[in-house]
Design a protein. Sequence first.
Length: 77
Amino acid sequence: MKPAELREMSVEELARKAAEMRENLFNLKIRHAAGTLDSSADLGNTKRDLARVMTILTQKAASVKASAPAPAAEKKA
């Protein structure tokens, strides 16, 4: 999946995609351990795609925090 496609997605969609990819990665690991995995390259590709999704999620979370107004400091009497 290309980073440009991921940047267009909302935070909720990215979180859903990350959960789906984690489940897929788990299944690939099980199949690899059982010896039924056709291509071990799928493991690396899924890990890489998951890392991309997580990076975009982190960037979006940081931009939301940066754009939120800072709370006013309390004055001591």
